[in-house]
Design a protein around this ligand. Structure first.
Ligand code: ADP
Length: 494
């Protein structure tokens, strides 16, 4: 099969969160299984160009129709750790992708509508005829709409679209002008509630709703979340539309790229280690302490568990619980490392404030920013990783933690509930339990789970290690989900 991914992120070259990991990891798995995969991305100025090999111009003049004129784009090609990637660079005064960061601009809906249109135009003009176009999140959600209403009859009859929703919170809400710019036009047609008309704002279209209506199949990133978005508020208003299209909607748990995330062969960590090698794990803990100027253990000193958080600092991630985890861990004599950043000034400021408050504490380090290499060191060096999300479509950090032998302490939502099973309360057999889980969103709930994890670390180190071994034995690679996506592609193929 020939599969084209159209996405706004791909790890590690253009990654903000899990979406980037998924685009890379799924593409790799599909290729391993004998399919041809190409990825189309915007050419951002802020990409990690050091992760692209042989970058060169392949199509110097891609003219993309836009409103009543054409925008000239240059299409580049390069390999990102073996993946074949095309990068679209528009030349217009809008300067859509030369802004120093990936997201967060007032014309966001125009930037990605343009990119989506340019990607389809590229397929059309270059003669590429994928069997499957796989699009991701709101940024590329207009692709199935444009494909079926503008491109299908121009020579792209064969392509079928699978759309994956990684986060329902951001749906791409825009006004009528997008329809004119993209050439879709016909506002009275698209504003209909059965098509793109937003259910809350009568003067807006909703890109993601468009994908749910037009795509041949729609997935979200865990079975539990697929249920939540239809039956609770976590669908952010799309529950009804999903219900209408339920026969083409399902949850596929994300995989983890076991090559990129492999403690046995990770270039960013101090000491590679396998399951059962506790000395190796310990060496990484010491290396992390050294790097972040945390107090190191001296002979005779009480040992301290190291608890970590890695991820975006966003209301979704349970900001109040992250903060509480820091204070609670320190009060229990542990050490805490946080790596995260937020595009929201307010949340960033809160964490900078906390960082200043805790500046003199030798048991705590808050790193506010994005740092891929440090993230690897933290997963390898931590004893536990907290993921106290309010909602979590899948969550990759808990899976990375399991792979690196760091015990996940998570709230039972979405993909977290599908992947982490409580040491004491799970109904699974003992050898399949792999972490600690809590349910409510208040601080005592987090304390109960983190407290139990810390107790186990202090009081029953052998049981703690056994739990880690259980976690490392799980297979959360792309092996199963890769096959699942292939089944979906086959199911929708023309
Ligand atoms: P989301 O997609 O909601 O951001 P996920 O748990 O699905 O959350 O994926 C997060 C991914 O991004 C993981 O690979 C994690 O290691 C990475 N990540 C998040 N924040 C940072 C950061 N500040 N520095 C380095 N890596 C980060």
């Amino acid at each position: 099969m020939f599969i084209t991914m159209i996405a706004s992120e791909c790890a590690p070259v253009a990654k903000v969160g899990g979406l980037g990991d998924v685009v890379y990891g799924l593409s790799r798995e599909l290729e391993i299984r004998g399919n041809a995969v190409e990825i189309i991305l915007p050419k951002y100025d802020c990409m990690r160009y050091d992760h692209i090999w042989d970058l060169q111009v392949t199509h110097p003049d891609l003219w993309v129709p836009w409103l009543n004129y054409h925008v000239r784009c240059t299409v580049w090609f390069g390999f990102v750790h073996g993946r074949k990637c095309f990068f679209i660079e528009p030349h217009s005064h809008d300067n859509f992708f030369n802004r120093g960061s990936y997201y967060g601009f007032v014309d966001e809906h125009m930037r990605f509508a343009f990119f989506t249109k340019a990607a389809l135009e590229f397929l059309l003009q270059s003669g590429k005829r994928p069997d499957i176009i796989h699009t991701h999140d709101w940024q590329t959600a207009l692709a199935p709409v444009m494909l079926y209403d503008l491109y299908q009859h121009g020579g792209m009859e064969k392509a079928r679209v699978c759309h994956t929703i990684h986060n329902f919170k951001h749906q791409g809400i825009a006004g009528e002008n997008v329809l004119w710019f993209t050439g879709l036009g016909r506002p009275e047609y698209y504003f209909h509630k059965d098509r793109l008309g937003d259910d809350f704002n009568p003067s807006a279209i909703n890109y993601m709703k468009g994908a749910v209506v037009y795509a041949n199949f729609v997935t979200t990133v865990s079975p539990r979340h697929a249920w939540e978005v239809r039956h609770t508020d976590w669908g952010y208003g799309l529950g009804h539309t999903l219900h209408l299209h339920q026969e083409k909607f399902g949850g596929v748990l994300n995989g983890l790229d076991y090559d990129m995330w492999n403690p046995g062969n990770d270039p960013y960590i101090d000491t590679p280690y396998e399951a059962g090698d506790y000395a190796g794990k310990q060496a990484n803990k010491q290396a992390l302490r050294k790097k972040l100027w945390l107090r190191e253990e001296e002979t005779g000193e009480t040992k301290r568990p190291l608890v970590a958080y890695v991820g975006r600092l966003d209301a979704q991630k349970g900001v109040h619980l992250i903060k509480h985890a820091i204070r609670y861990t320190l009060a229990r004599g542990g050490q805490f490392v946080l790596l995260g950043s937020s595009p929201e000034m307010g949340i960033n400021a809160e964490f900078w404030q906390l960082k200043h408050e805790l500046n003199d504490d030798p048991n705590c380090h808050l790193e506010i920013g994005y740092d891929e290499e440090l993230a690897h060191m933290i997963y390898a060096g931590a004893d536990m990783l907290v993921v106290p999300s309010m909602f979590e479509p899948c969550g990759l950090t808990q899976m990375i933690a399991l792979r690196y032998g760091s015990l996940p302490v998570v709230r039972a939502v979405g993909g977290l509930a599908d992947t982490v099973f409580d040491y004491e309360q799970s109904e699974l057999p003992r050898e399949q339990r792999n972490g600690f889980v809590f349910h409510e969103t208040h601080e005592p709930a987090l304390e109960s789970a983190l407290g139990r994890a810390i107790d186990l670390w202090y009081e029953k180190p052998a049981a703690f290690r056994e739990l880690i071994a259980n976690g490392m034995a799980y297979d959360y690679s792309w092996n199963q989900p890769g096959q699942h996506y292939l089944d979906i592609y086959q199911h929708i193929q023309a």
